[in-house]
Design a protein around this ligand. Sequence first.
Ligand code: BDP
Length: 333
Amino acid sequence: MTHRTRRPRRFLAAALAAVSLGALGLAAAPAAAQEWRGWNIHAADYPNGQGMDAFTRMVAERTNNRIRMRTFHSAQLGQQDEAIQQMRLGTIDFANFNLSPFNNLAPSTNVVTLPFLFRNVAHMQAAIDGPAGEAIARDLENIGIIALSWYDAGARSLYTVRPVRTPADVRGMKIRVQTSDLWIDLMRAMGANPTPLPFGEVFTSLQSGVIDGAENNWPSYESTRHFEVARYYTTTEHSNVPEVLAVSRQRWQRLNEADRAILRDAARESAVLQRRAWAERERVSRDRVVAAGVTVIEITDRAPWAALMEPVYAKYAADARLAALVRQIREMP
Ligand code: BDP
């Protein structure tokens, strides 16, 4: 009896709360007058920061400052996984993310993370600007994130405190990975002991011996100064996972078609710029670390490494939709 009478009251209270929240929302400053908050894990002068700053400049110009955006560089708004959550909640409005931290949330991002999938940068770009990008954009939209354009992130390789020349050398090493099941399995398949950690904790973890190494592209290895602690870079080039420039769905839903087109165009133009800056920065970063005395171990035959990756494909490219996408990517000219 009490149960029955209470229920409607509770419902009414919830409904009233929702109504007053709505009223609060309406009473707040109009969306157009607000400054959008953007997240970037890297420093402002990193190619991605340059791309994001160009994006926000173009949007401001083309909307006569109706849409004002500010990028908080150097992970000022938190580490990657928190930033993704914040973006889904709408407290971060735009961001540049690597696609691997979405592996457990957006299935098709696993495909572009897969080891030794792309033949070269052009192949990766054709896939992400084509079928892979379309699939990923759909999956990201389902979790509240609107993909606008794709940024380059080069090839990721191993770097360690002791030299690694063959897969046997990796055995038992504690290697940091991004938070992703695929990455954990990939590193296990290499024989390592995978350790998921936020990007911002890698330096101190290398220093204290919590990990023996990590894996990343030349610019990240250099800009984070990880090379000062992990002195061996082995060019395994095991993954070419690209990045996304994205807007929170909450913001996107409040934009009209004309503004959406402005954002999309600006994002695409910023990607052209980022990709150019990226190619240049890869060379610069490599030169810098070599000048600083890093030992680069060149892997010329990747077949023994790739051979270890079968279980990763068996697990992450088994689903019919993803298997078809992998096939389509492999068959691209
Ligand atoms: C860099 C990506 C960045 C990732 C980082 C990582 O640009 O988004 O957070 O790797 O490994 O290459 O965490």
